[in-house]
Design a protein around this ligand. Sequence first.
Ligand code: DQA
Length: 154
Amino acid sequence: MRGYGVDMSVRSILVIHGPNLNLLGTREPDIYGTSTIDDHLRSVRGRVGESVEVSSFQSNSEAEVVGAVQGASGRYDAIIINAGALTHYSWALHDALRSYGGVAIEVHLSNPAAREGFRHMSVLSGAVDGTISGFGGTGYALAAEAALRVGERP
Ligand code: DQA
C-alpha cells in the first residue's frame, strides 16, 4: 500500500484474483453474478482507457498470489485485488501487500460483512489503501476510478 496524498498518476494496474474466482460466471451466481474475470477486466479497461496498461493474474494458490503481489512492486503502479477466501486468513498476503509500494485496492463482489461470520474479518483491509465491497461487478470500475484518483485526495 502506498497511502494517499502524494502526486502520482497510475499508468499500469495489475488485477489479482485469488482462489475459486476462476469459477466466476458459474460459481454461486446468486451471490457473485454471472460475469467472468474477463468481463470484470473489460470494465476496468473501459474505465481507465487505453493509456493505462491493465494486466490480470489469478491463482488458487496462496503462494502464487503472494508472489504476484511481490512481483508487482516497481512493475505496476496499482493493484486491484479480490483475494477470495484468502481475505479472511492470509497474513502472508497481508504482509506482501504492506510491502507493495503502489496503490492497493481490495474488492469484493459480495458484501462479506453481511454474510457468514468467518467472512466478517478481512486480514487484508489494514494493508491496502481502501476496500470496495458489495456492489457486484460495478466494484471493479469503482476500484479503477479510485486507482486513477488516488493522488487527488485532499
Ligand atoms: C469474495 C468474498 C469472499 O468471502 C469469498 O471467499 C470469495 C469472494 C467476493 O468477491 O465477494 O471467494 O471475495
